[in-house]
Design a protein around this ligand. Structure first.
Ligand SMILES: O=C(O)c1ccc(O)c(O)c1
Ligand SMILES: [Mg+2]
Length: 615
């Protein structure tokens, strides 16, 4: 047998719209097939035969028709009605050209807790299916009335012992139950008929609600999908990997975009699977090591540009480079580089600034881009924005440009030295991290993007209460922590009242001595954000800090955090510029690995206060 590839499939329930929207999106993202949900067919204006033809035109197979509910283990009088109902569905499937139907374990109060009866009735159904060249995939719903675990569904399938009856395994139902999965690899080869994949965040809630509202694409939640799929493949499964993700946000979002996010998750999942004898796994170009943040670029205009220049000067930056042909400036302090771009590349509200681009040094920029493209990130033309050098660049989900540079020589060649020197040395060493607020609907997509495309490790996800609602942050970094990204989002869709302090973007610079840096910034008349006395009173209570240390923190508006290992963070923030951006200066001590999330509400309140007093 020659090794084949795993087919990639997506359930129509994953994406928004009507069936035409859904299949167009699935095809455009490169899927081989779909799981057709009954609801999507029932409201479609086409006959099943027309649906089949449309799918075929787009290169999509109908891998599964679903679901058939509440079938098994019913009292005898109900059985005849259930079989008649099933025959209608088989008629539909014959027209669709679908040969596998999903039967999910019964949730009906009429179902009897009797495995023998369930096996017997499923075998009867399998007989009917077999007569039409079809087969039954039996799936244990985690909230099934009597059958709610995969091993229970497997016992019933074994007992029925029918060639047209097998299992549908769904990673959500299996992993949400924290059931043992080791035995999955020992399921009789050929008896897993279908594999549905979904990830999810760990939530302590009713499992039905969890499943129907919070599923995510693989790699976006906390389940071990790689281990799970590896077990299923070890059992000889060679059918499609099919995404079945019920998610309220995805169901409202642009289906074409969701389908690409979905495909990215499958490509990334397959890349991480252990080699298989019977399957030719498709591998991605390995993510080249990333070393440091090379530069961060803001788009500015005639109003926001001078404001950012002032702020940077106050932090000890100098305008060291001027672009050869465009209104683009390079500002530097130590190894911190900020580019201010006033060449209009995107529509922008007057007076605002936005972090439009960031550049990372890559051991192999072309391979970084090749990997990104293999993960369906749009590559950007090299002449985009300010650049003349041939930098490899791709677009992140929110449109931020990500540049990969080999070293300083490639991108710096665009700039002529101005000879300008900083007014003073503030001791900034380099960029520690970027804070990237994400649009609510695309937070999980962005996380998967940065993790899979850049090969960054996901650190922690934190949630905290802030003045304008709960916030979530999720951080990513290189193993050596030389590149860090912190994504943030309001936990629920940002309310209309909440001001822009909820979704800012920022660049954090590192110093080896926060007090010396703060004093140097003060001497330059640099920016400062007022921190309330109440904050310092609370610090004393929480950390029992010596009084003179608290006094020094207060004098410079420095915030403090300590982790459970004794690592410490000292950091300060500037005001917000151009409506949306600010800078942070920080010193990590003793291996502190977080981002000072505990202090984010202080920053947001202070930023809000500054805005009010300015207006
Ligand atoms: O939520 C449900 O009803 C449902 C239906 C079919 C599935 O495959 C599933 O995993 C859940
Ligand atoms: Mg399922």
């Amino acid at each position: 047998m020659t090794a084949g590839r795993l087919r990639r499939s997506i359930a129509t329930v994953c994406v928004s719209g009507t069936l035409d929207d859904k299949i167009a999106a699935a095809a455009a993202a490169g899927f081989d097939g779909i799981e057709l949900f009954e609801n999507d067919l029932v409201v479609a204006p086409w006959s099943p035969a027309e649906v089949r033809a449309r799918c075929a035109d787009l290169g999509l197979g109908i891998e599964l028709y679903q679901p058939l509910r509440d079938f098994e283990a019913v009292p005898a009088p109900l059985l005849a009605a259930n079989l008649a109902r099933a025959e209608h569905k088989f008629d539909v499937m014959a027209e669709l050209g679908a040969d596998t139907v999903l039967v999910c374990s019964s949730v009906s109060p009429a179902a009897i807790d009797d495995d023998g009866l369930a096996a017997e009735q499923l075998a009867l159904l399998a007989d009917r299916a077999q007569a039409r060249g079809m087969r039954i995939a039996y799936e244990a719903l985690a909230w099934g009335r009597h059958v709610s675990t995969w091993d229970h569904s497997w016992r019933i399938v074994r007992q029925a012992d029918h060639p047209a009856l097998g299992l549908c395994l769904d990673s959500f139902h299996v992993l949400s139950r924290e059931a043992g999965t080791d035995d999955i690899a020992r399921i009789t080869p050929g008896k897993i008929f279908f594999l549905q994949l979904a990830d999810a965040p760990y939530l302590r809630m009713d499992v039905l609600q969890w499943s129907r509202h919070h599923r995510l694409f693989p790699g976006q939640g906390t389940f071990d999908l790689t281990g799970f799929v590896a077990g299923v493949l070890a059992a000889g499964y060679t059918g499609p990997l099919s995404l079945e993700v019920f998610n309220d946000v995805f169901r409202q979002a642009d289906p074409r975009r969701t389908a690409i996010d979905a495909m990215r998750s499958l490509i990334s999942l397959e890349d991480g699977l252990p080699a298989q004898p019977a399957i030719e796994l498709r591998r991605l170009p390995a993510a080249p090591p990333l070393s440091v943040h090379a530069f961060s670029e803001f788009t500015v205009d005639g109003r926001s540009g001078p404001v950012l220049q002032d702020a940077l000067r106050g932090l000890g930056f100098a305008h060291t480079g001027q672009h050869r042909s465009k209104p683009v400036e390079l500002w530097e302090q130590g190894a911190c580089r900020v580019v201010l771009n006033s060449a209009v590349t995107r529509p922008q509200t007057p007076g605002t600034a936005a972090l439009s681009t960031f550049a990372l040094t890559s051991a192999d920029p072309r391979r970084s881009r090749a990997r990104a493209e293999a993960l369906l990130a749009p590559a950007l033309p090299r002449t985009r924005g300010s650049r003349e050098a041939d930098l490899a660049a791709v677009a992140a989900p929110d449109g931020t440009s990500v540049f990969f540079s080999a070293d300083d020589n490639d991108w710096r060649a665009d700039f002529l030295a101005t000879g300008e020197q900083p007014a003073g040395d503030t001791g900034l060493l380099g960029t520690d991290h970027l804070g990237l607020a994400q649009p609510f609907d695309h937070f999980d997509e962005a996380g998967l993007f940065y993790h899979s495309v850049l090969g960054l490790t996901q650190l922690t996800t934190e949630e905290y209460a802030a003045p304008f609602g709960l916030m979530r942050s999720r951080a990513f970094s290189t193993p050596q922590r030389t590149v860090r990204l912190a994504l943030t989002v309001a936990l629920l869709r940002r309310g209309e009242w909440a001001p822009a302090v909820v979704d800012p973007q920022h660049v954090a610079f590192a110093t080896a001595d926060i007090f010396a840096t703060a004093a140097a910034v003060d001497r330059l008349g640099g920016p400062a954000m007022q921190v309330p006395d109440n904050y310092y009173a609370d610090l004393v209570a929480r950390f029992a800090l010596p009084g003179d240390l608290v006094e020094r923190l207060r004098r410079h508006g420095i915030l403090y955090d300590r982790d459970q290992h004794g690592g410490e963070l000292f950091h300060l923030y500037t005001p917000v510029y151009g409506g949306r951006v600010f800078f942070e200066i920080l010193q990590r001590r003793g291996g502190y690995d977080g981002f000072g999330e505990a202090n984010a509400p202080v920053r947001m309140a202070a930023h809000r206060h500054l805005r009010l007093s300015a207006s």
